[in-house]
Each structure stands twice: as structure tokens, then as C-alpha cells.
Design a protein around this ligand. Structure first.
Ligand code: FRU
Length: 509
């Protein structure tokens, strides 16, 4: 990998970079790992989804973005939008680090609709001349035309008693007030969440205290990207703690994104969980998810996650100059006290040609000729509850990416250890879940360099990146009495230069 100098890592996008970005995009667009229906970085590196919201009849999403290469350099916000959560349009640069308060990056944050504007709340990562880091919580307003104006001063300054790690504001309303939930690390290096309150957006923010999560004193050594969502009459608390250790089959990734369902008493800063925290996603690559601020659903939340993990690298695409996707948007509901996660309903509109069908274990249609389609959805019903195995992107000798359910042992397993391109192997290459009630159904979304498995109609999700080579293209399956349909998925996130908008116009200098 090429080495990046400090100056290169600290580049801020300027008008003169237009052609350079176009060239970078032209180069990565040819990659066989570019997604066809996932939001992916336009150039360089993306990480967390930010500012996810519904405003002006569209869904808006921003992502952490270093424009110039597959490294965690100076973070900008890039903007995409959609009417249906499925077809996404590149809108261009949203925020760049061009003020003293965000001179080392516009870090993660959220969005809120008010008075005809979309307000963006984010962390200004400030560095002093001596390198000392100071986090500021900042505000910006976007209008219907997509013009963004930053407020020239922070709305929240760093708090004593906590280290320089205070970031990722999630804004929401409760009891007639605005609240911000902020990730933090206290001076004893413990992960905390802070709650701020105000009756206005731009002023009056006051620290109410730490969110007290009953039964817990702290979470690891740092909490990133906290979020709280009302779903029906329950609350869902999400956060990405750092420093949790693996337990059996759980928490095996470098960092995890966890959730708890419970009750929230904003007045007294108390969250009372119904159960211990669990991982949102049990796959190999998932972190820093965020729910949309939206008024479309009251009994559901809409979630987007980063299809990656901090500190991981993905050399196959890094070497091509780009890194990362976001996961498919998911609808979250609470059913019988359990969190259910299903792909956004509109995804079914992307289903194209039926490529394969088996009923009661017998093949009825097959237009795949033994190959794994690179952009498809596989729907499986398992009425007998027996063992099932699927090997995607396999070869005559190698299993490729395997998905299997062992009925006798009750384990559902995903495994990428038999693929040519290996990534982040120090955290293991497979994950498994013991399914208490067996495998009834699964839906697998394959999109060139990613596989998302939804198990038992949303009881579990396992999201993983893969980088199949040209030799890895076969598909093998087995399972008695299964019903399976495989559909092609149409292009929904265009990576075409014609749709790469003249967005450099939005770059002021
Ligand atoms: C999570 C995170 C956030 C931070 C952002 C910086 O991946 O580290 O805490 O705001 O990424 O890009």
C-alpha cells in the first residue's frame, strides 16, 4: 500500500480538485467489486452514515468521506438522497472541514427537520497547533436546494471530566425539548453517553448528565455513535462501544454495534433495558449504524449501517483507491419484545428476472448454469427445518463464501475462510449463531462484494464483505425439501459518470 504523508491526509476538497476526482472515480468505476444496489463511496473512503433523515419528501443520507483515497484522512460529509430508500442519487459534497472548529474533520452526526430546513448536528474535530484534540458539537442548516450554511460557533463545547473523545451527536425531541445524545469517554477511560437538552436548536444547550443505563456503569473504553429511537411504546438504544471482549459466538469483531430495548425516562436520564445488550448484526463487517429522523413511520425505525469496522482494511479495493459501502436500509420493529430487522420494503421493487426456482427440493427453473449471479436476492423457505448449505462464489475445489445451517447442532454459520481474497483474518473468518427455533427462512442479498443474510424473517442479520476473483463464480446448494427462488437485482445506485453530478459547483473555494 502506498504511504500517505500528513499533508496528503489533511487535504480538504477544493474547486480545483474536480478533474482529479473525476479521474479517481473513472478508475474505480471499472472495479468488479463496485456495488449495484448499495450506497458506496463515490471516491476514496467512506465510513459512518450520518444525518439520516426524511426531509422535503426525500430520504437524505450523508456519509463520512475522505475524497482522495482509501485511507482515514480528513473527513468530509458526502450527500446522497432517495425517494424510496432504494434508488440513491449522488448529491455531492455537504460539509468540508473549513472552519477553525472542524479543522481536522467534520465527524459524525445526525439531522433534524425544522422550519423548512434540515439541520445537521456534527462533531467538529479541532486540533490545536500542538496537536491537542478538542471536540466541538456544531450545527449547519440545509435548505430544499441543498445549500448548506454552517453556524460559525459551536453549540456544545467539550465537558470537563471527559477526555477529548466526545463526539457523534444524535439529536431528537422528547417532552417538548430538543435532546442530544453524545458518545464520550470519561477521565477514567470508560465509555459513556451524555445527554444534553435545550429548547432551541442553536442555543441553550445544557448538559443534563450521563445517561444511566440500569445494570451498567459504563461500556468498554469509549462509546461511539449512540442513538435512541421510539418504536411504538418502547425505546431502542443503539451504540457502538469500543473495548468489549468476545463471549462465545458473540462480539467477535474488532468493535461492535449493540442495542437494547427498554424504557426511557428523559427527565431523570434513565434507560431501563428489558434485557442485556446484543449485537445488531452478527456478520463480519458492521458498525456505527444510525436510525433516520423521520415522520414516515411511528411503529418502525429505519436504519443504515456502515458495512465496515474501524481499524479494518480491505486491501482488494484499497489497492484500487476506494473503500466501503453502507448496508441496505433496514426497517426495525419490535415484535413480542424482540427486535426484528427486515430489508426496506421497497427493495422488493428491485427484483428482476427469476433466475432459479426449486420447490420441495426439486429444480423447476434454472437460468444460472451453476454460476453465482453477482447481484441477486436468494429467498429460501425451509419447511422441513432440515440442514441447508449454500456456497456462493465457489470453485471446483473451494467453497467460496459458505452459508449453512446444521440441523443436528442447531448452528447457522457464515464462512469466508475458503475465499481467495482474505481480509481481517485476525478476527476470524466465520461467525455462527445457535438458532433456538431452527431455520425457517432466510433471504440473502448478494451485491458483488457483499452478502447480507436475513434469518427467520428478520430475527438475525449477518452482513459480510467478500472480494471474489474471476475464478470464484460457481454456486452450489443442498437441502432437503427446500423452496428457493433467486432473482436478479437491477441496478439501483448508478455509478455512471453521467449521473455524477456537476456537484463541484457546490464546493465554494
Ligand atoms: C466511528 C467514528 C466516529 C467518528 C467518525 C470519524 O467510526 O470513529 O466516532 O465521528 O468515525 O470519521
Amino acid at each position: 500500500m502506498e504511504k500517505w504523508s500528513k499533508e496528503e491526509l489533511e487535504q480538504v476538497l477544493a474547486k480545483r480538485d474536480g478533474n482529479r476526482l473525476r479521474r479517481l472515480h473513472e478508475q474505480i468505476r471499472r472495479s468488479s467489486w463496485r456495488a449495484r444496489y448499495h450506497i458506496q463511496t463515490v471516491t476514496g473512503l467512506m465510513n459512518d452514515p450520518n444525518g439520516f433523515s426524511f426531509y422535503g419528501n426525500r430520504w437524505h443520507l450523508f456519509y463520512q468521506w475522505f475524497p482522495f483515497g482509501a485511507v482515514h484522512g480528513m473527513k468530509h460529509w458526502y450527500h446522497v438522497s432517495s425517494t424510496d430508500l432504494v434508488h440513491w442519487k449522488n448529491e455531492g459534497l455537504a460539509l468540508k472541514p473549513d472552519t477553525v472548529y472542524d479543522n481536522k474533520g467534520c465527524y459524525s452526526g445526525s439531522a433534524f427537520v425544522k422550519d423548512g430546513h434540515l439541520f445537521l448536528v456534527y462533531t467538529g474535530n479541532h486540533n490545536e497547533a500542538d496537536g491537542r484534540r478538542i471536540p466541538y458539537q456544531m450545527l449547519a442548516a440545509m435548505d430544499e436546494e441543498g445549500h448548506i450554511q454552517k453556524l460559525s460557533r459551536p453549540i456544545i463545547k467539550p465537558e470537563n471530566g471527559y477526555t477529548e473523545h466526545q463526539r457523534d451527536p444524535k439529536i431528537f425531541t422528547e417532552n417538548g425539548y430538543y435532546y442530544i445524545l453524545l458518545g464520550a469517554q470519561d477521565n477514567e477511560k470508560r465509555g459513556k453517553m451524555l445527554l444534553y437538552r435545550s429548547d432551541q436548536l442553536a442555543d441553550g444547550w445544557k448538559l443534563m448528565g450521563e445517561l444511566k443505563v440500569k445494570g451498567y456503569d459504563s461500556f468498554g473504553y469509549m462509546v461511539e455513535c449512540p442513538d435512541i429511537e421510539k418504536i411504538g411504546n418502547k425505546y431502542l438504544l443503539l451504540f457502538s462501544p469500543q473495548g468489549l471482549h468476545g463471549k462465545g459466538d458473540e462480539f467477535r469483531n474488532a468493535y461492535q454495534n449493540v442495542y437494547m430495548i427498554g424504557d426511557f425516562d428523559a427527565e431523570n436520564l434513565i434507560f431501563t433495558p428489558d434485557e442485556r445488550y446484543k449485537e445488531l448484526d452478527r456478520g463480519l463487517d458492521f458498525y456505527a449504524a444510525q436510525c433516520a429522523n423521520q415522520n414516515v413511520y411511528t411503529d418502525k425505525a429505519v436504519l443504515e449501517g456502515w458495512f465496515g469496522v474501524s481499524d479494518y482494511s480491505y486491501p482488494p479495493t484499497d489497492e484500487e483507491g476506494w473503500a466501503n459501502l453502507l448496508t441496505l436500509p433496514r426497517e426495525l420493529s419490535i415484535e413480542n419484545g424482540k427486535l426484528m430487522q427486515r430489508p426496506a420494503a421497497a427493495l422488493s421493487s428491485l427484483k428482476g428476472k427469476l433466475l432459479f426456482e426449486a420447490a420441495d427440493g426439486k429444480i423447476k427453473e434454472d437460468h444460472m448454469y451453476g454460476r453465482t449471479p453477482d447481484s441477486a436476492v436468494i429467498e429460501l423457505n425451509n419447511p422441513t427445518g432440515g440442514s441447508v448449505s449454500l456456497e456462493l462464489f465457489s470453485t471446483g475445489l473451494h467453497k467460496g463464501f459458505s452459508i449453512s445451517y446444521n440441523h443436528d447442532r442447531g448452528y447457522f454459520t457464515i464462512d469466508r475462510s475458503d475465499m481467495e481474497n482474505q481480509v481481517n483474518t485476525e478476527y476470524g473468518s466465520s461467525r455462527r449463531i445457535r438458532l433456538e427455533n431452527g431455520l425457517k427462512s432466510m433471504t440473502v442479498y448478494v451485491d458483488r462484494s457483499s452478502v447480507e443474510v436475513f434469518i427467520n424473517n428478520g430475527e438475525y442479520v449477518m452482513s459480510s464483505r467478500i472480494f471474489p476473483t474471476v475464478r470464484e463464480h460457481l454456486l452450489r446448494m443442498s437441502g432437503k425439501g427446500i423452496n428457493m427462488k433467486i432473482y436478479n437485482i437491477d441496478l439501483a445506485v448508478s455509478d455512471d459518470d453521467a449521473l455524477f453530478p456537476s456537484w463541484m459547483e457546490s464546493v465554494k473555494k
